[in-house]
Design a protein around this ligand. Structure first.
Ligand SMILES: Nc1ncnc2c1ncn2[C@@H]1O[C@H](COP(=O)(O)OP(=O)(O)OP(=O)(O)O)[C@@H](O)[C@H]1O
Ligand SMILES: [Mg+2]
Length: 364
């Protein structure tokens, strides 16, 4: 049911976004904006319902400036309901955070990976504290600081330098890939930031990330990385994209959104058809965007098939959060996960990131 609900919301948000792009009429645009925002609020409610169903404790949080409160709260909400109930996540987000070049996908990666690591380090009950605030560096520069502290088992001193290495993991048996911190470190480096890990064996670990502010604090932070996104949008090369979804309504909307970005989209209504298209098409595809839940050959099955013969083809998989343990497998197979509901901006960002060659360079 939750899954259907998300599809409905995706459809509402998507249709409204398409109409918004089609009209010049300001009044209609702003009314459509209200629809989009309601749809997004609906999505948040769905997330909260899910969280409740999973008995994940919810905490009240401090108020933020309206623009980024929503984004950060939503990300943390999503992170939160991946946690087992015996782990408590508290978070404090300072008001008036400085602008940074980080985009939503990157922020999400950072939060998800750090909180997931903290959760894995905790056996039984435990606490995770997440702070997002401005701190002044010794150089006088302002930094957006993200700090995740856990009461987990800690990291042995001789391993502190190893943990960010690609494929370094102490959770091999549990399915750890050892790429979580590697990815986080890449993002941090890309933004000329710093990553610091302090740990005390048996007591816990604190991971601190500092991202230099592009503008001093108090400047408003538009839509969280939106300026950077726009600058790059125009330089994105048109790509050939294979789009797979069994829900035709969703397929149609995503197709329209991606076409708007200037890409050529070929739709497929199931995994088998997608594979046929991949194999028989004369011009190669640059990217596959697939739904996860589909009858017969689902997104993961499709991904596995693709990896057999096309190890470097970028794949974005659209999923619902906290849906399935099997999704770990998708990450291992180098798919990028994108959470529902999908809208123009997060889809555009994901496609852009997927088409940037840094990703494939990770593999040995
Ligand atoms: N908060 C933490 N407390 C204790 N150990 C940690 C913590 N964060 C990371 N580590 C150690 O660092 C290792 C590497 O972390 P990383 O996130 O890169 O990979 P992983 O968590 O093992 O696998 P993946 O993130 O791919 O599922 C972990 O296996 C763990 O040993
Ligand atoms: Mg990890």
């Amino acid at each position: 049911i939750v899954h259907d609900f998300r599809n409905i919301l995706t459809s509402i948000i998507g249709q409204a976004e398409i109409l918004q792009m089609e009209t010049e009429n300001e009044r209609i645009r702003s009314e459509l904006q209200a629809i989009i925002e309601s749809g997004e609020r609906g999505a948040t409610i769905v997330s909260h319902l899910l969280a409740l169903a999973k008995k994940v404790e919810q905490t009240k949080s401090q108020r933020l400036a309206p623009q980024h409160q929503a984004v950060l709260e939503r990300l943390i909400g999503l992170v939160r309901f991946q946690l087992p109930p015996q782990i408590r996540l508290r978070h404090v987000i300072e008001e008036h955070l400085p602008a940074v070049e980080l985009n939503v996908v990157e922020m999400e990666q950072i939060l998800l990976n750090l909180v997931s690591n903290a959760a894995h380090a905790i056996e039984g009950d435990g606490e995770i504290d997440l702070y997002i605030r401005t701190e002044q560096g010794a150089d006088g520069q302002s930094y957006l600081t993200i700090r995740v502290r856990d009461t987990g088992k800690g990291i042995p001193e001789d391993q502190l330098n190893q943990v960010t290495r690609p494929f370094w993991t102490s959770r091999e048996k549990e399915g750890g890939t050892g790429l979580g911190l590697t990815m986080v470190q890449r993002i941090v480096k890309r933004h000329h930031g710093q990553l610091d890990i302090a740990s005390s064996l048996g007591k816990g670990t604190t991971v601190t990330i500092k991202i230099p502010a592009t503008v001093q604090a108090d400047d408003n932070w538009p839509t969280f990385g939106a300026p950077a996104l726009h600058a790059e949008t125009h330089t994105m090369k048109p790509a050939r994209i294979l789009l797979v979804d069994d829900a035709e309504e969703v397929l149609r909307i995503h197709q329209a959104l991606i076409s708007r970005m200037g890409h050529a989209v070929t739709p497929a209504t199931d995994g088998k058809k997608a594979l046929d298209l991949l194999r028989s098409s004369k011009a190669p595809f640059n990217l596959v965007v697939t739904d996860y839940r589909m009858p017969e050959l689902d997104g993961l099955g499709l991904l596995e098939e693709i990896r057999r013969s096309m190890p470097n083809l970028p794949v974005i998989m659209i999923t619902a959060y906290g849906e399935d343990e099997r999704l770990k497998k998708a990450r291992e197979l180098d798919a990028m996960l994108l959470n529902k509901p999908v809208n123009f901006h997060n889809l555009e960002q994901a496609i852009q990131q997927a088409l940037t060659p840094i990703r494939s360079a990770q593999k040995p």
